[in-house]
Design a protein around this ligand. Structure first.
Ligand code: CTP
Length: 406
């Protein structure tokens, strides 16, 4: 199901709450999803299709009878998407889904889609509590449909009660989470994160701007997906994600030791190593035991090369497929970004490299990224770090599955 990106059919029906559907679309697009907007006839009275197509970059689908479209619209959309979400879902939509009506695109999609179905109901509280609606709700729950809301609060009429649509963030998270399966259950992932710093003396060090956010997001996402996670972290103030074993290190040599221990002497202890740490390439040849004093107008620091941790694991793995190895390449030279990333892929003998321009790589919440494999450079766009983490893990998961099938 789906192409490279996760995809959702966002079906909008006719309720005042439809004005919040574009916000849900926007959150999903920001998370790296493809959003195919679908509107019922009455939804078109509440929200503009230009807004939706502008936000999603997709044509808005309203009918099964679009003469420009070759093939069966409902079948084609269902083939493209992982999830179908009804945002908002009116009482009418719930009734139609519960009874399997297929005389418009929204209903037909509900029948032909293979993935999960999510509804975010919105209606007047008396409509929600009506026995007919509650029969639909019970039927849909027993059919496996996921409900987000409604919530108690002010509704369009000015009254208060149960029937207000859930907030856009909650709906987007439910959509993102519904296929975040525990596909890494039983796997051990080792993730390195943050900088390594190299001490010059007891108070000074050489370091870099890595904050560790990307690696921590990967560790969190892997744990959410059921993996056992060892997070080897350089100095950072980030909180340890739930259910993650954290090993704090400072220097590259300390990180090397921690990685060796986590992977085992023949790399048999881990299913994947994701090296998101910004590892220092050099360390001072001499570390002063006491604070160095100011002296000459110019001084030089002798540096010696650190081991390349990822390349060492790549060389040790040789022709084997396990563990899956993932590298990062952060570069300032835009045009060379992908060429450098590919060189790292080859030199370090890893499965894929995530390439980021340095301008967006550090500290921020989002990353511009490409996924570079032996055969392809896949542009992932600009994604929130957590969404990028999930894309990386999708790729790791695919490779683990193909190993199992090999
Ligand atoms: N890496 C590593 N050990 C090192 C240096 C880098 O394991 N001593 C890993 C990083 O964690 C990253 C990948 O190798 O996954 C690429 O790191 P990067 O610093 O971009 O590349 P380098 O190999 O150091 O090359 P250069 O600094 O010349 O770009």
């Amino acid at each position: 199901m789906g192409g490279e990106k996760r995809a959702v059919a966002l079906v909008i029906s006719g309720s005042i709450a439809a004005y919040k559907a574009p916000m849900v679309a926007r959150l999903l697009v920001a998370a790296g999803w493809r959003v195919i907007p679908v509107m019922t006839a009455s939804a078109e009275r509440f929200v503009g299709s230009v807004t939706l197509s502008g936000l999603t970059g997709e044509a808005v689908r309203t009918t099964m009878w679009d003469s420009d479209f070759a093939g069966e619209m409902h079948v084609e959309i269902a083939r493209e998407v992982d999830v179908i979400a009804y945002v908002p879902a009116t009482a009418d939509v719930l009734a139609r889904l519960a009874t399997g009506r297929a005389d418009d695109l929204a209903g037909a999609l509900g029948l032909v889609g293979r993935g999960p179905r999510i509804v975010a109901p919105a209606m007047h509280p008396r409509m929600w509590h009506h026995a007919a609606t509650q029969r639909s709700v019970a039927q849909l729950i027993s059919d496996g449909v996921t409900f987000v809301g409604p919530i108690h609060g002010a509704v369009a009429s000015g009254e208060e009660g149960m029937g207000r649509m859930a907030e856009p963030e909650a709906i987007a998270n439910a959509i993102l989470g519904v296929i975040r399966v525990r596909d890494l259950e039983g796997r051990h992932l080792v993730v390195s994160a943050g900088p390594t710093v190299e001490d010059l003396d007891p108070v000074r060090f050489l370091g870099n701007r890595s904050t560790g956010k990307m690696g921590f997001a990967i560790a969190e996402a892997a744990a959410d997906r059921g993996a056992k996670v060892t997070l080897i972290a350089g100095p950072t103030h980030l909180a340890t994600p739930a259910m993650v074993k954290r090993v704090d290190v400072r220097s590259t040599v300390e990180m090397e030791r921690a990685i060796d221990e986590a992977l085992g002497s023949s790399l048999e202890e881990a299913d994947a190593l994701v090296m998101s740490a910004a590892v220092a390439d050099y360390r001072p040849a001499h570390v002063s035991a006491t604070k160095s004093k100011k002296g000459d107008a110019q001084i030089a620091i002798d540096l010696i090369k650190n081991p390349d941790l990822l390349a060492a694991v790549g060389a040790k793995r040789g022709a084997k497929q396990s563990p899956v190895l993932v590298g990062f390449a952060v570069e300032t030279s835009g045009e060379q970004l992908l060429a450098y990333a590919r060189r790292k892929l080859v030199d370090k003998k890893v499965d894929f490299v995530i390439a980021n321009p340095a301008e967006t790589a550090f500290a921020g919440e989002s990353n511009r990224a490409w996924l570079v494999t032996e055969s392809d450079d896949c542009d992932l766009g600009t994604l929130k770090k957590r969404a990028l983490a999930d894309r990386i893990l999708d790729e790791v998961g695919k490779r683990l599955l193909s190993q199992a099938g090999a």
